[in-house]
Write a protein that binds this ligand. Structure first.
Ligand code: ADP
Length: 396
């Protein structure tokens, strides 16, 4: 009988989950069996489950009027559902996406009360995500205390970056208290590095562009992160769906002094009101922007492409050259026109796009004689978490 790993990604108002079968086949691989999500935590709950091909297999959105669901209630509902659904595939471990591992964790870790305490102390570093990640961990600890849990961090993959890439030019006393660059989307980069080594084993210097609603880029040498566009928080680097990306901190001082912005207003501006949404005034969704005739929408897309190209240059410099370039996540995996524009802009690096391969979404989208191989590789952060969890709970 196969065992299963439950993967959880808990946000402020939703919990996404995936169930991965493990112990099947030969290589100890994990295979997605089905995935689902509870949305509307704190408002109007709705629960839906889809099979591995994306077909809906279960839905429930009839909660008693006026009832609000907490993270604990949502996890309870998910576990109850899984009890029936996984009768022939017992869940032997739960893996969580946790945004911040701070200086303490450079790899996934089995959750203990001490780990929960350390992760709680990191809440100020990621106040919009870490508390919700922890809420799901605490909920499982309460509802199913014997189920081993594993925390997998968005920061951990970047712990290999050299110290110069981690430092801000701040007084060392501040650096020593953990105010430094960490980097995020590490589970995605780890997965891509693994997949790319199968496609292009000779690529030693790689830049990966994770372009989703959250977007970042990473320089990877010999499978290890050496630099990334995100720093202390996930607001740095590229412009994103609603986040500014890198911003002259002088702008914030100006807004505080002259426009009376307080911390809450600045947080809203940086995380929710800017990026593609703020620049376009139309949408944070790349699909809407590329089909809009509004000139501001076009400007937002241009800004995004410009910055991807700029970071590609910077990360190539950090690597001392580039062998392979990978697009991933919602925009990177789907937006052919944007990929073509980025590659056109990067012709100076010797990148030559194969338009037909690009239309088919790859995996290889560069010509045979391109100096840099260019790829489209769908990311799989949940699969990475399942892999880590299976190995830390001793499977198969
Ligand atoms: P996240 O996981 O960070 O929420 P995703 O990786 O799902 O984000 O990416 C979401 C982004 O991908 C959105 O901006 C969406 O518009 C974009 N996207 C998805 N499909 C397409 C497509 N076919 N063409 C262009 N953009 C797309």
């Amino acid at each position: 009988m196969a065992n299963a790993i439950l993967v959880l990604n808990a946000g402020s108002s939703s919990i996404k989950f995936g169930v991965f079968a493990t112990g099947i086949g030969t290589g100890g691989e994990t295979d997605l069996a089905f995935r689902g999500q509870m949305e509307g935590i704190g408002s109007d709950p709705a629960f839906a489950v889809k099979d591995a091909q994306g077909a809906t297999i279960f839905e429930h959105d009839e909660w008693p009027r006026g009832s609000t669901l907490t993270h604990l209630g949502a996890v309870r509902f998910i576990l109850e559902y899984l009890k029936d659904r996984c009768a022939d595939m017992p869940i032997v471990g739960a893996g969580h996406r946790v945004v911040h591992g701070g200086l303490a964790y450079d790899r996934p870790v089995v959750v203990t009360p001490e780990v929960i305490e350390t992760l709680t102390s990191l809440v100020p570093l990621a106040p919009l995500h870490q508390p919700h990640n922890l809420a799901a961990i605490r909920a499982i600890a309460e509802l199913d205390p014997n189920l081993p849990q594993v925390a997998c961090f968005d920061t951990a993959f970047h712990s290999t970056q050299p110290r110069v890439a981690q430092l801000f030019a701040l007084p060392w006393q501040l650096t020593d208290t953990g105010i430094r660059r960490y980097g995020f989307h590490g589970l995605s980069y780890e997965y891509i590095a693994q997949r790319l080594s199968g496609f292009d084993p000779n690529a030693r210097r790689v830049v990966v562009a994770h372009l989703g609603s959250g977007a970042s880029m990473c320089a990877i040498r010999d499978g290890k992160s050496i630099e990334s566009s995100m720093g202390f928080t996930a607001v740095d680097g590229l412009p994103m769906g609603t986040r500014t990306g890198a911003l002259d901190p002088g702008v914030l001082l100006y807004l505080m002094r002259e426009r009376r912005y307080d911390a809450a207003a600045i947080e809203r501006l940086l995380y929710k009101e800017s990026g593609l949404l703020g620049v376009s005034g139309v949408s944070n969704d790349m699909r809407h922007l590329t089909s809009s005739s509004d000139p501001r929408a076009a400007e937002a897309v241009e800004l995004f492409i410009y910055h991807v190209g700029k970071f590609l240059g910077a990360l190539t410099a950090a690597l001392g050259g580039i062998d392979a370039f990978v697009f991933t996540a919602g925009i990177g995996e789907n937006d052919r026109r944007l990929r073509a524009r980025v590659c056109e802009q990067a012709a100076w690096l010797g990148i030559a796009l194969d338009p037909e391969a690009n239309e088919c979404n790859g995996p290889r989208i560069s010509t045979a004689d391109s100096a840099v191989s260019v790829w489209v590789i769908p990311t799989n952060e949940e699969g990475m978490i399942a892999q880590h969890t299976a190995s830390l709970v001793g499977l198969p």
